[in-house]
Design a protein around this ligand. Structure first.
Ligand code: G3P
Length: 217
């Protein structure tokens, strides 16, 4: 399973990418805003991110109509070979994804909350489809069940679209997605950081070092 980091913060991307555990990056307009990146600085920021690791970097369009999304997507795709254009799940979005797929441009269909939406994205030729687990759970729906359902549908028909599980709120979300066969999980830095820890690892290491010190001083 590939692991992406869900952030536009270059310091955090650099830190984890230097550990060689990160395969790519996802951003969205909210994450760009969190870093204070205004429109005129977005393109340079995406290139900065692309230069931090060798893997796909999702950059989202702002327009919502077909012509506008296509125009933005073509500019984004030219920024760097690793750019994946993130397009929202709407009728115009699906139209844009299809057009981009005929041009060989990689896409990530975002804001996916149902298997039906994922099926449409796959039919349009999306490279990735992003089901949002946490936001479904926020409304008491089954986010992990959605991953399972999409996996079954894609496998039934041999769709090549990769399932990119998003809106990850806990380490358990990430591990369950791995069990369910998500191709990629994108998670915030804080969640990836938690994956390193186990209380028994901390306790065990303290004991090893104490025993070693007791003998060696
Ligand atoms: O990048 C999209 C997704 O991961 C957003 O997560 O926590 O804002 O629902 P969240």
């Amino acid at each position: 399973m590939k692991l992406f980091i869900d952030t536009a913060n270059t310091k955090l991307i650099k830190e984890l990418s230097e550990l060689n555990i990160i395969d790519g990056v996802t951003t969205n307009p909210s994450l760009m805003a969190k870093e204070g990146i205004k429109d005129e600085a977005c393109d340079d920021h995406y290139v900065r991110i692309c230069n931090l690791l060798n893997g796909p970097v999702s950059a989202e369009v702002i327009a919502t109509d077909f012509a506008g999304m296509l125009k933005e997507a073509l500019v984004l795709a030219k920024l760097h070979e690793n750019i994946v254009v993130k397009i929202p799940m709407t009728k115009s979005g699906i139209q844009t994804i299809h057009k981009l797929s005929t041009k060989g441009i990689q896409t990530n269909c975002t804001l996916v909350f149902s298997s039906a939406q994922a099926l449409l994205a796959a039919k349009a030729g999306a490279t990735y489809v992003s089901p949002f687990i946490g936001r479904l759970e926020d409304i008491n729906e089954d986010g992990l069940g959605l991953i399972k359902s999409i996996r079954t549908i894609f496998d039934n028909y041999g769709f090549k679209t990769q399932i990119l599980a998003a809106s990850i709120r806990t380490p358990n979300h990430l591990i369950k997605c791995a069990e369910l066969g998500a191709d990629v999980v994108t998670a915030p830095y804080s969640i990836i950081n938690e994956l390193f820890n186990h209380s028994l690892t901390t306790k065990g290491l303290e004991q090893f070092l104490a025993d070693h010190a007791a003998l060696n001083g």
